[in-house]
Design a binder for this molecule. Structure first.
Ligand SMILES: *Cc1c(COP(=O)(O)O)cnc(C)c1O
Length: 414
């Protein structure tokens, strides 16, 4: 059998320069987080649980300010009670858009779960944006880049565009992830031509670079706390951050008009959100190292990795093409066997609601569904791609990947 121990040593040697660059990014991001913690005087009192209305929850107020400061913007809302990334994004869209407005998605199709929110799919009458008279337009990427000509033309022709929407991460689509710099150029371009807000789906991108899109002009970003910014510690939640005006409007959708962001009991969740944000730059680095390590190992075993092991990364997702259903299943099995929780379980493909093909998933996580923890899934269709992400520590991520490699080799080499 192929010698995985030797291959792992080779991988770490080859990846040393990239790992060093990641250390630097993590250090700079940690420094920004620490400075914000000091500025807002983080203290034990912030971790105390509030109940009822949650008036004067000092921890909640400080965490909002800390997110804003670290993300380079004026204002933020960070809440354990936002159930997932989709809800955070939906709060943003409903907060900014009004009847007669247009939502323009400029990096092609948004994340699957937003389709029903927008009203491209699903039953009329459910309360989608379309039900409220909000139109939708979409511009595809051109050669993997934002098509500024087409975006400019759309803004010129349609003065009702109120939100220009861009997804930073490729998610589970076959397109490149956008860098923060590219999103910054989009913000300048849009703001020079229109009054529209630029809103960014920031999921999986946080802390992979030393700036967030808000620092380069995005009006609003949103994401999930069981991904990057929760650092593997937050038990649930989501955030929105951006300009004071945008976040104020959004706060009226989060709770209700006139109430906004000044209420909301935190029920003892503050500590894990603070601690998670403290860990997040480091945890994201561990996930990125795990992804690069996996790309190296599986490229050497003859599979196609996207991104390749030596490419610069702007999100934590790694895709591996196995070209064969048995190999995809073996990979997910190995990830599961190499997880800290439920390692004794064998994943099988199943008919997941809302998907046309069967899907196989591996997730041995402390927090249910947390994809900052090592997790993988793949639709059972050609080219039998496994998408995986996370890894709370590089050591455990490496063990997970080597376990996956062993399972794949067992199928190939018998
Ligand atoms: C995860 C994710 C979301 C939101 O998904 P939830 O499962 O609702 O948290 C949205 N956009 C992208 C690109 C994502 O990766």
């Amino acid at each position: 059998m192929t010698d995985l121990t030797t291959l792992a040593l080779e991988a770490e040697k080859a990846l040393a320069p990239q790992f060093a660059a990641l250390e630097q990014i993590s250090f700079e991001n940690t420094k920004r987080v620490m400075e914000a913690f000091a500025e807002y005087r983080v203290c034990e009192g912030y971790f105390a649980a509030t109940s009822g209305y949650g008036y004067d929850d000092r921890g909640r107020d400080a965490l909002d300010k800390i997110y804003a400061r670290v993300f380079g913007c004026e204002s933020a809302l960070v809440r354990h009670s936002i159930v997932n990334g989709t809800q955070a994004l939906a709060i943003g869209l409903y907060g900014l858009l009004r009847p007669g407005d247009t939502l323009l998605s400029v990096a092609g199709k948004p994340y699957d779960t937003l389709e029903e929110v927008i009203g491209i799919v699903g039953k009329p009458g459910n309360g989608s944006l379309a039900d409220y008279g909000i139109s939708y337009g979409q511009i595809e990427l051109k050669d993997g880049k934002l098509d500024l000509d087409a975006i400019g033309k759309a803004l010129e022709e349609n003065k009702s565009v109120k939100v220009v929407f861009v997804q930073r991460s490729k998610g589970y689509l076959n397109r490149p992830t956008l860098s923060v710099e590219e999103i910054g150029e989009l913000c300048d371009f849009v703001h020079a031509r229109s009054e529209a807000y630029v809103m960014v789906d920031n999921c999986y991108g946080e802390f992979t670079e030393t700036l967030e899109p808000t620092a380069l002009g995005a009006d609003l970003i949103a994401g999930s706390l069981i991904k990057n910014p929760g650092g593997g510690m937050a038990e649930s939640g989501g955030y929105l951050a951006g300009t004071e005006k945008a976040v104020e409007l959004v706060s009226y959708r989060l709770t209700t008009v006139g109430v906004g962001g000044e209420v909301g009991a935190t029920l003892g969740q503050n500590k894990s959100m603070f601690k998670g944000f403290f860990y997040a730059p480091h945890t994201v680095k561990e996930a990125l190292k795990t992804a690069m390590f996996a790309a190296y190992i599986f490229e050497k075993l003859g599979f196609e990795a996207e991104p390749r092991y030596d490419q610069t990364r702007y999100d934590i997702i790694q895709a591996l093409n196995f070209g064969d259903p048995e190999l995809l299943k073996a990979f997910c099995r190995g990830i599961q066997y190499g997880s800290p929780v439920d390692a004794y379980v064998t994943p099988e493909p199943w008919d997941m609601p809302g998907y046309t093909d069967q899907v196989i998933m591996a997730a041995g996580t402390f927090t249910s569904g947390a994809s900052i923890e090592l997790s993988a899934d793949g639709p059972m269709r050609p080219p039998y791609t496994a998408f995986f992400q996370g890894g709370l520590t590089f050591e455990s991520g490496k063990l997970g990947i080597l376990s996956a490699a062993r399972e794949v080799l067992k199928v190939i080499e018998g």
